[in-house]
Write a protein that binds this ligand. Structure first.
Ligand SMILES: C[S@@+](CC[C@H](N)C(=O)[O-])C[C@H]1O[C@@H](n2cnc3c(N)ncnc32)[C@H](O)[C@@H]1O
Ligand code: SF4
Length: 473
């Protein structure tokens, strides 16, 4: 990494990052690259038998392991939501799901034998993981600890997504007791009109209560999710939300661009499209938010993420040790990720494996003692190379060609002649600096990092896909 790359991020102001004419010019849909190849490339040719043999093959590797547990349930539906969730007020759905999870954990552990690989990373995602009761959360963790070899709490990243509305007084202490040390909270917007329009009524007080409790219980790196582009939002209304959040002072803030894809997510059809801010108003909100967060001392990490200068994400980026996976940015090195639960995706032994997305299908396979994988993707050598290139771009905003040439035995400029030629226009627009030995994404190109990554995506280049992805800004 050169000094002009991520290291310089701390000195940047909003005006360096936000170039309206360039954002307009390069405005198009693109993947978020939490995986490469992206999920639309997964296919049914990879299934449960491949998963079983892959788990067995990697069981004795030395590298650390990461675990992901998907809890799909939510008590109410937020109309904007694009997550994999099941909306229900019936908490008794949690008990049979717990049984399935415990069974699936046993199945994986059996396939891997007595696996000693250190688990350095665990993430509970959803839906809303705390839909499960405190005892049910304890049961999941007990089972995981019986089956896997967890490193000490202060040596790993053990996290959970929290909806503060679904978090009673005991919940935070139980989450701490079972060994979790990171938390991410959904907020989106505190404005009452916006909250009503998206059916997510959440007070500042209950959000602050959970944040304070988490700090008291020693949780590190608290994150808050915000969203711009929601109905009725204006610069003025969102400014008030930002003021509150800055007062709360979370270590990290994710500022997501609302992806409005009503053909894919039914609840979004309940959002009145006339109330969604115009593209220009959205950009005004984004520009204002970036300026405000940077002024408040946050660093732009990449994509939609901001962190305090002393947060481990910022430090990892400065050291060139930042990674990206399905949960977004991470400080834990790229490693095998085992997914549990309906819809979950794992990355094991150089391949992706996804569980059934329908609860009935997932349940049936697990009850039969089978793995529930219904599709996946085994990476070729070329995929691994491109996955690495896209990962380093998203994390470092730079590439050093020599690193890939020695690791993959290629001549970078020859191998990626097409991609580099596609980047010439961005280079002429001062978004990217192309050199003999590498490239650097310049400050005004950072918000357009997906556009840069897309030039290295073999499948987008071949098929010119992209219609089901959200807009890059
Ligand atoms: C699984 S949810 C968070 C946990 C919890 N269920 C909650 O809502 O508080 C993950 C995050 O995804 C983001 N998200 C959901 N739908 C989105 C959409 N359509 N576009 C952009 N971001 C979205 C929201 O910021 C949300 O907080
Ligand atoms: S944003 Fe969170 S609580 Fe709302 S529907 Fe989506 S997953 Fe459920």
């Amino acid at each position: 990494m050169t000094d002009s790359t991520a290291k310089g991020a701390s000195q940047l102001g909003g005006a360096d990052l936000f170039d309206l004419s360039m954002i307009r010019k390069y405005d198009k849909a693109g993947p978020r690259y939490t995986s490469y190849p992206t999920a639309p490339m997964f296919h049914a040719g990879v299934g449960a038998l491949d998963y079983a043999s892959t788990l067995k093959r990697v069981a004795d590797d030395d590298a650390p392991l990461s675990l992901y547990i998907h809890i799909p349930f939510c008590n109410t539906v937020c109309y904007y939501c694009g997550c994999n969730k099941i909306v229900t007020k019936q908490y008794d759905h949690a008990a049979p799901y717990l049984e399935l999870l415990l069974k699936e954990i046993d199945q994986v552990a059996t396939a891997m034998g007595n696996c000693k690989r250190p688990v350095t990373q665990l993430h509970f995602g959803g839906g809303t993981p705390t839909f499960m009761s405190n005892d049910q959360m304890r049961a999941i963790m007990n089972k995981l600890r019986q089956c896997f070899n967890f490193v000490a709490k202060d040596e790993g990243e053990f996290s959970i997504e929290i909806d503060p509305r679904e978090c009673d007084e005991d919940t935070v202490s139980v989450l701490q007791e079972i060994g979790l040390n990171r938390m991410s909270m959904g907020v989106q917007d505190f404005d009452p009109i916006v909250q009503k329009a998206v059916n997510r009524i959440q007070s500042k007080e209950e959000t602050m209560r959970v944040l304070l409790e988490a700090r008291q219980h020693g949780f590190e790196s608290m994150n808050i999710d915000l969203m711009y582009g929601l109905p009725h939002q204006t610069v003025e209304t969102f400014d008030r939300t930002l003021n509150t959040i800055i007062d709360f002072s979370p270590d990290r803030i994710a500022l997501f661009n609302y992806a409005h894809l009503p053909h894919m997510f039914m609840p979004q059809r309940r959002i009145d499209e006339a109330s969604i801010p115009t593209p220009q108003e959205k950009l005004n909100i984004l520009e204002h938010s970036i300026n405000k967060l940077l002024k408040a001392g946050y660093i732009f990490i990449g994509m939609d993420h901001f962190a305090k200068p002393d947060d481990e994400l910022t430090i990892a980026q400065q050291q060139g040790k930042l990674y990206r996976n399905f949960q977004g940015y991470s400080t834990q090195a790229d490693c095998d990720l085992i997914g549990f639960g309906v819809t979950s995706i794992g990355y094991v032994g150089g391949g992706f494996f996804q569980n059934h997305r329908e609860m009935d299908a997932y349940a049936q396979e697990v009850e039969n003692g089978e793995f529930s994988v219904f599709r996946g993707y085994v990476l070729s050598d070329e995929d691994h190379l491109r996955r690495q290139v896209i990962m380093r771009l998203m994390c470092d905003f730079a590439l050093e060609y020599a690193q890939f040439e020695s690791e993959f035995g290629i001549d970078f400029k020859e191998h990626f002649a097409d991609g580099l030629s596609d980047l010439k226009e961005m280079s002429e627009d001062n978004l990217v600096e192309l050199r003999e030995d590498g490239l650097t994404v310049l400050p005004a190109g950072r918000l357009l990092i997906r556009n840069v990554a897309m030039t290295f995506d073999e499948y987008l280049q071949k098929k010119k896909e992209g219609t089901s992805f959200s807009k890059v800004i």
